[in-house]
Design a protein around this ligand. Structure first.
Ligand code: PLP
Length: 472
């Protein structure tokens, strides 16, 4: 575990961590990882030998879960960089990574080592009553990153899911603005799957049969095809809401780049036009960075967009391995409304710290950082594919390491069909949005190379050719 900024105490734990047998075990694990992961060299078809067992496992998975999995993915536990081996013997180029979770790719040695250190700690899970130093370090590091360009987010609460991080953000905002009982969000919002975050999420089917727990008013998001008009609509609608429900809004909640909603980006000007009236009306602003964290020119996309002044409460998750809610001093609740038995596993906190360090040290950030450079390369490649297959691909959309395109006519059916063909060919991307449905990629920022992106483009080209033939 990285213990750099902690006092060196001569504890029994230190003697244990420094025991030469542990160093030797770690060395052997490193050696074994290198030996075996080097066999995962590139995309490979499934091996028919495993087919029957694989199908049986998928059937059992369906039976125990009650619904079939979204796609027939059961990983073997082995991988290398962006490549993952499945239990059917196939190897896929994983450019979706469980929706943006594998920032360092599969079976990254630094992550495994951090996980081993965490596994040697006394507790599997950390929480409100049992925190090890890594919890403190994670909170401090996230606060440091969040405040680095001026935002005032002095506090951090860890949690086990993005939905819980948002649930805590909403609680903090409601508590701060009591008795206000409404939230403003954008059309297409996705905040998670708890009762409150499902209410915030702008997708009726995700709320089917659920009670309405919070009142949400929606604004239209920025439309890249008519940026000025859509901004005017959004601002006008905001003013209408503020007049209709004076003093009733506890927060405005937004993803700086809409993720599940279809990779629609905000801009500095667009957000500023919305956030200024919110400030004047003393309505707290929550930025959900569960999907966008670490994928643009800065750790936080609110920083990339120059919105530090408006970030009152911010949530992160996915790539950080452990999720978190960050908030300013003035939002610190005056009652005991926040607590969790589990805030994260020791392994998720330790690997999260390594992830943050790797994102910084491998040059992902900055105006000329790897995220933007590789993202531009990816987008240029998608533009070329759009020229080659004009009826089957339009776009690209997104920024940095959040990239998407619209397949065919934008219908869910066509996107799903292409996603399935890509899966068979060996490229993992996933649908998002509705009307149009898009296919998105979340490549692992730390280890993705231009060669990996070129391979993804090649596999996509192949997939489009298959789709073209099917449609002919
Ligand atoms: C923007 C955003 N917020 C919240 C969530 C919910 O996170 P989790 O699935 O970890 O609860 C997601 C998940 O996709 C997300 O994309």
């Amino acid at each position: 575990m990285a213990a750099s900024n902690l006092p060196s105490l001569n504890l029994i734990a230190d003697a244990f961590k420094n025991d030469p047998r542990i160093a030797e075990a770690r060395r052997l694990v490193s050696e074994a990882i290198a030996d075996h992961s080097s066999n995962v060299k590139g995309v490979r078809k499934a091996n028919p030998v495993y087919q029957a067992d694989y199908e049986a496992m998928l059937e059992r998975l369906t039976a125990v879960r009650g619904v079939p999995p979204i796609w027939p993915y059961l990983a073997s536990g082995m991988g290398s960089g962006p490549f993952v081996e499945l239990a059917d013997g196939s190897v896929k180029l994983d450019f979706i990574c469980g929706i943006g979770v594998h920032g360092c790719g599969h079976l990254d040695e630094t992550m495994v080592q951090a996980g081993i250190d965490a596994a040697l700690e006394d507790t599997v899970m950390q929480g409100n009553l049992q925190q090890n130093p890594a919890s403190l370090q994670m909170g401090e590091r996230l606060v440091e990153l969040a405040c680095q360009s001026g935002a005032k987010l002095e506090h951090c609460l860890l949690s086990t899911s993005g939905a819980m991080a948002n649930e805590n953000a909403l609680k903090i905002a409601f508590h701060n603005k009591t008795p206000a009982d409404r939230i403003i969000a954008f059309d297409n919002a996705f905040a998670g799957r708890t009762l409150a975050t499902a209410a915030l999420t702008d997708k009726a089917s995700y709320r089917s049969g659920l009670p309405v727990t919070i009142n949400v008013d929606y604004l239209p998001f920025r439309d890249p095809h008519q940026p000025e008009r859509s901004q005017r609509w959004a601002v006008d609608e905001l003013h209408r809401l503020l007049n209709r429900f004076p003093g009733k809004h506890a927060a405005f909640w937004a993803e700086p780049i809409a993720g599940e909603g279809g990779y629609y980006e905000g801009t500095h000007d667009f957000f500023r036009a919305i956030c200024e009236p919110l400030r004047q009306n003393n309505i707290p602003i929550i930025f959900d960075e569960v999907q966008s964290f670490s994928r643009t020119s800065q750790p936080f996309t609110f920083q990339h967009l120059g919105l530090d002044d408006f970030a009152d409460i911010v949530t992160v998750g996915k790539i950080t391995q452990v999720c978190a809610t960050l908030y300013g001093k003035s939002f610190n609740p005056t009652g005991p409304i926040l607590s969790q038995t589990f805030t994260g596993s020791s392994a998720s906190i330790a690997t999260g710290l390594v992830m943050l360090e790797q994102l910084e040290s491998t040059g992902c950030f900055g105006p000329d950082g790897a995220n933007l450079i590789r993202g531009q390369h990816f987008q240029r490649g998608l533009q070329q594919l759009a020229q080659k297959h004009p009826k089957l691909l339009s776009g690209p959309f997104g920024t940095g390491m959040m990239v998407a395109f619209t397949p065919g006519d934008g219908s869910f059916e066509q996107a799903k069909e292409l996603m399935g063909i890509m899966y068979e060919v060996g490229l993992l991307g996933f649908v998002c949005g509705a009307n149009p449905t898009r296919i998105r990629f979340l490549p692992p920022p730390v280890i993705t190379t231009i060669e990996h992106i070129d391979l993804a483009l090649q596999l996509l080209d192949q997939s489009l050719e298959i789709l073209e033939k099917k449609m002919a």
